[in-house]
Design a binder for this molecule. Structure first.
Ligand SMILES: Nc1ncnc2c1ncn2[C@@H]1O[C@H](COP(=O)(O)OP(=O)(O)O)[C@@H](O)[C@H]1O
Ligand SMILES: [Mg+2]
Length: 287
């Protein structure tokens, strides 16, 4: 059976998050994010069995193939086995003799000490449940509105706590802002190298060879690298950078602008037209 020795970043996440309502571990690929979240959840299961917990991931497939399978591994490593020490999707009364905190048991894991955890994906969110703690895995692609809905349910304890584990978002300005913006939430950043001791020999060297430099920075070093590698793209603001002079075309304004730029540059190149004149003729034709 696997044994887990927390790497320093995992350790830091678990201790620093103790006093935070919302904490994030932002880590590279295989930097140990899921294992960190699993330990965080297990800690709550053991120490706060009276409080309802939640474990979610961005998609159903991510939840089942990665998040919960790693979580099962962690439970086993600490001697907790399905069917013996906890049941999934079943009313615990028949197995452990306590009254369930849930009416329905789809996705609900019930432990012998009375702890209950609902597992879900953002895609299949169940409404009307108040949670006292919640771990969200792979939230970098989640819509901020969905995360806010989950946060809105965190009133089932005196000090509700949420942990998010994620790689740096590639194309999610809202989450990017929560990590690197002015009002950043408390977080730890870890790289794949931080978890090297727990990874197969040569794994990181393989990534060094296959990833291009921007992908490597984001996916391995957990740097802030957005889709185009240009963070300022996020701060593009029509009012500030374009102004009111250019008319807004409701259908595909960005595409239209691109087409105009391309046509314009070709025209000027073919005819040798002066940029200023060409510009004016476009402005006139659009009026
Ligand atoms: N503290 C640890 N001790 C032993 N193995 C670990 C530890 N943390 C992570 N691992 C192993 O490292 C690999 C990557 O961890 P995981 O948490 O799945 O990474 P991530 O979610 O960041 O991609 C997995 O095989 C996992 O079992
Ligand atoms: Mg993971």
């Amino acid at each position: 059976m696997k044994r887990y020795n927390l790497n320093p970043k995992q350790h830091q996440t678990l201790t620093a998050s103790e006093t935070e309502r919302l904490y994030a571990y932002v880590g590279g690929i295989r930097s140990g994010k899921t294992i960190t979240g699993a330990h965080w959840a297990l800690h709550n299961i053991i120490h706060q069995p009276e409080i309802k917990g939640g474990i979610f991931s961005n998609t159903v497939s991510q939840l089942n193939t990665a998040t919960l399978s790693e979580f099962i591994g962690v439970l086993e490593a600490y001697g907790l086995f399905k069917g013996e020490h906890y049941v999934a999707n079943k009313d615990p009364e028949r197995y452990f003799g306590y009254k369930s905190k849930f009416e329905k048991h789809n996705g609900v894991w019930s432990f012998m000490n009375g702890a209950q955890v609902i597992t879900f994906s953002i895609e299949t969110m169940i409404r009307g449940i108040e949670l006292g703690w919640c771990w969200g895995d792979e939230v970098q692609d989640a819509a901020i509105d969905s995360l806010n809905i989950v946060m809105g349910r965190m009133s089932g304890a005196k000090f509700p706590r949420t942990l998010w584990t994620m790689t740096p978002p590639m194309d999610n300005p809202d989450i990017d802002e929560l990590i690197w913006g002015e009002k950043a939430i408390a977080h730890t950043i870890g790289t794949t190298y931080d978890n090297k001791a727990n990874l197969p020999e040569g794994y990181i060297e393989q990534l060094e060879k296959t990833y291009d430099s921007l992908t490597f920075k984001r996916e391995v070093l957990a740097n802030r690298v957005t889709m185009s590698g240009l963070n300022w793209l996020y701060s593009f603001d029509r009012q500030k950078h374009v102004g009111a002079r250019l008319p807004t075309t409701p259908a595909c304004p960005f595409t239209l602008a691109l087409i105009l730029i391309i046509i314009h540059s070709r025209l000027s190149w073919r005819t040798g037209a002066d940029t200023k004149t060409a510009n004016n003729s476009f402005t006139t034709s659009m009026k």
